[in-house]
Design a binder for this molecule. Structure first.
Ligand code: FES
Ligand code: MG
Length: 569
């Protein structure tokens, strides 16, 4: 018996109500034991990266019909990274909660999850894990490469680079503006290995997509072909009863972490994967990222750490060609939505351009993973992505210059009198999940203008916030506990010495325990912290967990499954 039969096979007035309102031209057998497949669509005109999803949904629909199912378009909470304030991450858990509840509340047997822009695939996966209905992801795909005045231009990374050029006087503001439409020249999500590209690859490595689809550019007709096939597959998933909890295991997280490292993926994947593991009750820790990922070679030569863009990756063989190179590091037991192991899909994936995808014996970098740091400044951990950092700063001692909020940074960073030099360590606090609800992408704070003018392009930065997947630099981020939750980051004073030793995995405030115990956070810091009176933000601040466990709400951890609720009438 299908889950939807609880609605449509009912006798009397209840069954009548459920069927009659849904008919609208469909034949009676549409509700006669056919899998009802919801196409959870995060597209919207305010989420430009996902604005093409209706076309993808039409291809999915055809596949669902063809396989004997009934497709149902279900718009769900849509989160666009570029517009939503204060940060789309504030709404990831809201989106996941709303999606989960609507999936459970409706007569749905299976799910096709359409995600693209950064938070949409994580929210969809978290919801699908907690409702545990058969589900498969279609990643909406990256936009095409941009070019401006004869040179390649990437979305995301080049926004940071060009804006720093303007600040340093190397480009004028009008020219900067002219580059806008050259940068974003097609539908799709950011074309660097930012968070959206990363989460598409991660979804595939977890086994949650049709193998081979991740990285297909949004305008490419092969994405529609794969969407059609995914519609068919969704019907099959319902028939075989394969659920996210069957597909996503510790072994699939292992593979996701290997993939994350090999493609040089975004640090944001750490909080998303930890949150997803929490939904499934899988024991995944921050240390697993370091342990599994650290010795994985970086093979994809993609911005922000490298040279190329997602269209190039696809042309060169795609994510599966990358995974083929590290096949021996993958867990062969992890299956995909097809029921077959991920490793079974790797055999014929050649590399067509070794400048874009390096072969295993000549990697872009020897070790690509995310390093987990601990110390008296981050007792519950912090992370750094060494591949996006400056090698000479990975072991560094410097004087802290402390900022209590992002507004404080804006007010003082470019002040010519700011006492800062190239060796200083810039500290930004109050930007963790509670302090600045949502944990914004501000950790890669800009280099002070006077140092930029001296040619300084990177400095050690320490923050309890996140950074954009398209950003780069020697940035220690996700410091836990955050300053607003009583973390020692709140006690740092300008002039204290901070030492970073990535090889030893430490981040240390060179201040004695006694001295730290005698300190209290400055009043100015406390003033800047959030204390929302009502609404989602209130709920969020009261219940959000720290970065080391994925920034989920405490009461959303775990899963309820596809329980059928009581009748409505
Ligand atoms: Fe949507 Fe980058 S802004 S993926
Ligand atoms: Mg982002």
């Amino acid at each position: 018996m299908l889950r939807s039969d609880h609605w449509y096979a009912a006798e009397g007035k209840d069954g009548y109500i459920h069927r009659a309102w849904m008919r609208r031209g469909l034949p009676p057998d549409a509700f006669d034991g056919r899998p009802q497949i919801a196409i959870a669509n995060t597209g919207s005109d305010l989420t430009p990266c996902n604005s093409h999803f209706d076309q993808i949904a039409r291809s999915v629909e055809r596949g669902v019909y063809e396989a004997g199912g009934i497709p149902l378009n279900l718009p769900v909470v849509s989160l666009g990274e570029t517009l939503v304030r204060p940060t789309a991450m504030l709404w990831r858990n809201l989106a996941a909660m709303a999606m989960e509840e609507m999936f459970r509340a409706n007569p749905i047997d299976g799910l096709v999850l359409l995600g693209g822009c950064d938070k949409t695939i994580p929210a969809l996966l978290m919801a699908a894990a907690s409702v545990d209905l058969p589900a498969v992801v279609v990643p909406g795909g990256p936009m095409l490469n941009g070019s401006f005045r004869g040179r390649p231009i990437s979305c995301g990374t080049d926004v940071w680079k060009l804006s720093e050029e303007v600040r340093a006087g190397g480009m004028d503001a009008a020219e900067f503006r002219r580059s806008e439409s050259s940068m974003i020249r097609s539908r799709g999500h950011c074309n660097t290995m930012g968070t959206a590209s990363t989460m598409a690859v991660v979804a595939e490595a977890l086994g949650m997509t049709l193998p081979g689809v991740a990285g297909t550019p949004a305008p490419d007709s092969r994405l529609l072909e794969a969407s059609h096939a995914t519609g068919r597959l969704a019907v099959d998933l319902v028939r075989t009863g394969r659920r996210p909890s069957d597909v996503i295991t510790k072994a699939s997280f292992h593979n996701a972490i290997v993939a994350l490292a090999a493609v040089g993926g975004s640090t944001n994947a750490v909080v998303h994967l930890l949150a997803l593991a929490g939904r499934l009750g899988i024991d995944l820790s921050l240390e697993d990222f370091d342990r599994i990922g650290m010795d994985v070679p970086l093979l994809a030569n993609l911005e922000p750490s490298g040279k190329y863009l997602m269209e190039d990756l696809f042309r060169a063989g795609g994510p599966l060609a990358v995974l083929q190179q590290v096949r021996d590091l993958l867990d062969p037991t992890a299956i995909t939505v097809t029921g077959e192991p991920l490793v079974d899909y790797l055999a014929d994936n050649e590399i067509y351009d070794t400048d874009v995808i390096a072969e295993r014996d000549q990697p872009v970098q020897e070790r690509a993973g995310i390093a987990v740091l601990r110390g008296n400044l981050a007792p519950a951990g912090a992370i750094i992505k060494p591949a996006a950092a400056s090698p000479q700063l990975l072991q560094h001692r410097g004087r802290a210059v402390v900022f209590d909020s992002i507004e404080d940074v804006r007010a003082r960073l470019d002040d010519p009198d700011l006492d800062v030099d190239a060796d200083s360590v810039l500290v930004l606090r109050g930007c963790g999940p509670k302090g600045y609800p949502g944990m914004p992408e501000v950790a890669n704070l800009p280099i002070p203008k006077k140092l930029l003018e001296q040619g300084v392009r990177d400095m050690v930065r320490v923050c309890d916030g996140r950074m954009s997947g398209t950003a780069y630099g020697t940035v220690v981020l996700h410091v836990a506990p955050e300053a607003a939750a009583g973390g020692p980051l709140a006690l740092v004073r300008t002039g204290d010495i901070i030492s970073l030793d990535v090889r030893a995995r430490t981040i240390t405030l060179e201040v004695t325990d006694d001295e730290l115990a005698s300190r209290t956070p400055p009043a100015a810091f406390a003033d800047g912290l959030a204390s929302p009176a009502r609404g989602w933000e209130r709920l969020y601040v009261d219940h959000v967990q720290q970065a080391d466990t994925g920034v989920d709400l405490d009461f959303l951890v775990g899963r309820t499954g596809p329980v059928v609720g009581r009748e409505s009438h």
